[in-house]
Write a protein that binds this ligand. Structure first.
Ligand code: PLP
Length: 455
């Protein structure tokens, strides 16, 4: 159902194998015969044969309100007919101005200035460029180093990839050492045997401070951090970490960029996680994904008034922040985002997430009783199960990584109608936020069976 019967699925697969370069593709898997997503409804995807799958990753952590919303299609169509495009250099437009106002209202503290981008990577790129611009304006052009973290993911533009801390990212190129410093993994699961979580937190906060001191505070412009490291394996930093790292940044006049591309727009039951979940007001927030629930591409960076107003009156008059995209604030994307927000509010989606989170996390944690599972972790509607090669003592659980775990669980789950996101020795989940309690159970029942089958 839903598949264009005039085009056989085999042809789609062949064109895809031959010509479509997928993100993060290994040359060797270019002809991997991917499952074809033919259509989608609610939390479900359907392949060309009509087989139904629960979309465990919610697209790519983005399809918050679920698929197949007629109102979204109507809002997009209506704006397309009224004004499909206008130059953000020359004009103001109603949907983008209203969306900027709405985001400013939702964002923590004095984060009131919104710069729209085409996605998360370009939001991160813009944030880093703003930090550089800001420090140039403040007469300290050397203050440009950005500190990122191992396992952090911030996107695929040159700058965003440079501050990304994934081992297999060879795309940081020569930025490291010059303008980027990466500090270690914050995951409490990998702390040394016998160390308390409190001591781990101390160590991680000190590591940030030491990195600033090593580079020289006068050279460090910003610290970039996801509130929860998402594609690095759903890493929730230890309690207190967010507040204390912000304090370290304040102490050395280092700006704090909170990358909320995944955690923003409801994933943790709030518009933004920085303030409502972790109690901090960063200087800059980047967001994307859930902003339009994936219906159209859009991202944003949100700047605090403190930064905006800190640029002297003279410079304000004469010097531009020369950063902008043809599609900054695209009216059709903005209309989609506004409708998405309206649906969130009307259906009480934030409240729903907060309500079902305990059950989601309970089912996730229950998987930890299987020998093959080394760790389960999550927050809000994000979760991760991590497999181990040598079940046994806690020590061996930490050290032995089963690199095939993700792929094996993925295969079993797909047979049973659940899409998961395999990440080497882990599988992560971030289902559409409209998932019901029953559907959460269905998802974890399948996962549990898959885990039993692969052990
Ligand atoms: N930042 C974070 C935290 C992300 O998870 C991602 C994408 O997964 C990005 C930035 C990049 O966003 P995009 O893929 O929309 O460019």
């Amino acid at each position: 159902p839903g598949h264009n019967a005039a085009i056989p699925a085999e042809a789609v697969q062949e064109w895809d194998n031959e010509h479509f370069v997928h993100p993060w593709e290994s040359i060797g898997t270019a002809d991997a015969d991917r499952t074809i997503a033919a259509r989608a409804e609610g939390i479900y995807l359907y392949d060309p044969d009509g087989k139904k799958y629960i979309d465990g990753p919610g697209g790519m952590w983005c399809v918050q309100i679920g698929y197949g919303r007629r109102e979204m299609a109507d809002a997009i169509a209506e704006q397309t007919m009224r004004l499909p495009y206008t130059s953000p250099w020359a004009f103001a437009a109603e949907p983008s101005a209203l969306l900027a106002k709405r985001i400013a209202e939702m964002a923590p503290g004095d984060l009131n200035s919104v710069f729209f981008t085409t996605g998360g990577s370009s939001a991160v790129d813009s944030a880093i460029r703003f930090v550089q611009f800001y420090n140039n304006m403040k007469g300290r052009p050397e203050k440009k180093i950005v500190i990122g973290r191992e396992k952090g993911y911030h996107g695929s533009t040159y700058l965003a990839a440079s501050v990304t801390g994934k081992e297999r990212t060879k795309s940081r190129l020569d930025f490291e050492d010059r303008l980027v410093r990466l500090i270690g993994n914050v995951n409490p699961y990998v702390r040394p045997e016998g160390m308390s979580v409190e001591d781990w937190c101390d160590a991680k906060v000190n590591e940030l401070e030491q990195a600033i001191l090593d580079a020289g505070p006068e050279n460090v412009g910003a610290f970039i951090a996801e509130p929860v490291l998402a594609s690095g394996g759903v890493i929730v930093p230890p309690p207190g970490y967010h507040k204390r790292t912000l304090e370290v940044c304040r102490k050395y006049d280092v700006l704090y960029i909170s990358d909320e591309v995944v955690t923003g727009f409801g994933r943790l039951g709030h518009w933004f996680a920085s303030e409502d979940v972790f109690g901090i007001t960063p200087d800059i927030i980047t967001c994307a994904k859930g902003l339009t629930s994936g219906y159209l591409p859009m991202g944003a960076m949100i700047l605090s008034d403190r930064l905006w107003n800190d640029i002297s009156a003279d410079d304000r008059e004469h010097i531009m922040f020369s950063n902008g995209y043809t599609y900054s604030g695209h009216p059709v994307c903005a209309a989609a985002a506004l409708k998405n927000i309206e649906i969130f509010e009307r259906e009480g989606i934030l409240e729903h997430v907060r309500e079902i989170t305990p059950h989601f996390q309970e089912r996730l944690n229950a998987l930890g009783r299987h020998e093959i599972i080394g760790d389960t972790r999550g927050v809000g509607l994000i979760g991760c199960v991590e497999g181990v090669a040598a079940p046994g003592t806690p020590e061996s659980k930490r050290l032995a990584i089963d690199t095939e775990f993700g792929a094996r669980v993925d295969e079993k789950c797909e047979d049973m109608g659940l899409i998961v996101r395999p990440l080497i020795n882990q599988c992560v989940f971030s289902p559409p936020l409209i998932i019901t309690l029953d559907e959460v159970d269905q998802m974890f029942d399948i996962l549990e069976t898959a885990v039993q089958q692969v052990q």
